[in-house]
Ligand binder design. Structure first.
Ligand SMILES: C[S@@+](CC[C@H](N)C(=O)[O-])C[C@H]1O[C@@H](n2cnc3c(N)ncnc32)[C@H](O)[C@@H]1O
Length: 257
């Protein structure tokens, strides 16, 4: 049975370039086993044969493996810390800022960043790169259309300023869209480029092995400008940030030294 899964992992890597071996095995195996059983396959090898020839099954599998839940101002208190304690310092003596929202899912995170930064800067002073492995979520992100439930942490004033409300849905304004570039990027396989003042990578590294995390933190640190900040998810504290040339400046915020 273990071999069955291991072979599946290597077949998926050949087929899609995605290395499931770099995700925590127990969790990933549980998620994929339940999907495989739901589709009526007894083994991963018979499941793979079907997935190989069926685009829909493959899309469903990729959807299951990438957990896409997100919302605007997820863990609102952290965003308030960023706004009131960290951004004023970070933006001191800067007239523009370069930001990366890595593993941005359906876009709530990069749009949240744009809304926050607009408290301090004009639209033409910010540049936000938003990336994810999954093209389906990136497409949704680009559309920028959300249900009320994704906006429960957004204030009335922010809704009025940054969204167009129609029926059950909210559409983000074009101004916000213009400052964000959405691109596909696999944190576990693709090269990292650019230099950033703020990298936001939340609620994805928890799914990765320690080895994969170490590599990614090393790269993030390398791609931060001096004094730049790495913002991680609320269960993703970095132990020994000094290993990467980072220092903790608040819970879940690390600064490049
Ligand atoms: C739970 S969402 C996090 C969304 C957002 N950062 C937040 O905190 O609300 C995790 C995202 O990680 C993406 N993801 C999973 N593996 C990835 C990888 N290897 N490279 C880039 N993104 C990945 C998924 O597609 C998913 O959209």
């Amino acid at each position: 049975m273990t071999n069955d899964y291991t072979e599946f992992v290597s077949s998926i890597k050949k087929q899609t370039g995605i290395d499931l071996g770099l995700y925590k095995e127990k969790q990933m195996k549980r998620r994929l086993t339940s999907l495989r059983e739901k589709r009526g396959f007894d083994t991963f090898s018979s499941y793979f044969k079907a997935v190989k020839n069926d685009r829909e099954l493959l899309t469903e599998l990729l959807d299951r493996m990438t957990i896409n839940v997100s919302e605007f101002f997820r863990n609102r208190l952290r965003w308030e810390r960023l706004q009131s304690n960290l951004l004023p310092d970070l933006l001191k003596d800067k007239d523009r800022i370069n930001v990366w929202s890595a593993a941005c899912s359906t876009g709530e995170e990069p749009y949240t960043l744009a809304i926050l930064l607009h408290e301090f800067l004009r639209w033409d002073q910010m540049n936000i790169l938003a990336t994810d492995l999954d093209e389906t979520v990136l497409h949704k992100a680009q559309q920028g259309i959300y249900h009320e439930r994704s906006l429960k942490e957004v204030t009335k004033e922010q809704k009025r300023k940054y969204f167009h409300h129609e029926g059950q849905v909210y559409q983000v304004n074009d101004e916000l869209k213009k400052v964000i570039s959405f691109e596909q990027h696999n944190l576990l396989a693709d090269s990292f480029t650019g230099k950033y003042d703020l990298i936001c990578c939340r609620n994805v590294l928890i799914y990765f092995t320690d080895e994969a995390k170490t590599k990614i933190y090393t790269q993030f640190a390398h791609h931060l400008n001096e004094g730049g900040i790495l913002f991680v998810g609320s269960t993703e504290q970095i132990f020994h940030p000094e290993k990467y040339g980072l220092r903790a400046i608040d819970s879940f915020f690390y600064q490049k030294v």
